[in-house]
Ligand binder design. Structure first.
Ligand SMILES: [Mg+2]
Length: 121
């Protein structure tokens, strides 16, 4: 089974994403901000990270930059989540190491196709 770490400060979004990912046969872990996500990646690096942009403590962008300096067993794929009015962030996220992006709110088909693009589904 592939593993996905959902990183989002919204409990509702984590719950929705978890449900979708479990129907796609992923083992799911959750983190509420970038710092928690980084700690989890050190303990057990997931195959893919679903990453929110706006979070307290450590944002998605700060997480991406920090991830780049970590020595991990492997580099997780990163699918970055943004909203329609956050389109300007996409290029910055890709430059900082994100592999793909998905627009919120996403449905099962959209998320599945993005996970296929990055090679984890
Ligand atoms: Mg957020």
């Amino acid at each position: 089974m592939k593993t996905c770490l959902i990183v989002d400060d919204s409990k509702v979004i984590r719950k929705v994403a978890r449900h979708i990912l479990e129907t796609l046969d992923f083992t799911v872990a959750e983190a509420a901000d970038g710092r928690e996500a980084l700690e989890q990646c050190r303990l057990s690096t997931p195959d893919v990270v679903l990453l929110d942009w706006n979070m307290p403590v450590m944002s998605g962008m700060e997480f991406l930059r920090a991830l780049g300096t970590e020595t991990l067993s492997h580099r997780p794929k990163v699918v970055f989540c943004t909203t329609e009015n956050g389109m300007a962030h996409i290029r910055a996220a890709i430059e900082a190491g994100a592999d793909e992006y998905v627009m919120k709110p996403f449905d099962r088909e959209t998320l599945h196709s993005k996970l296929q693009i990055v090679g984890v589904a």
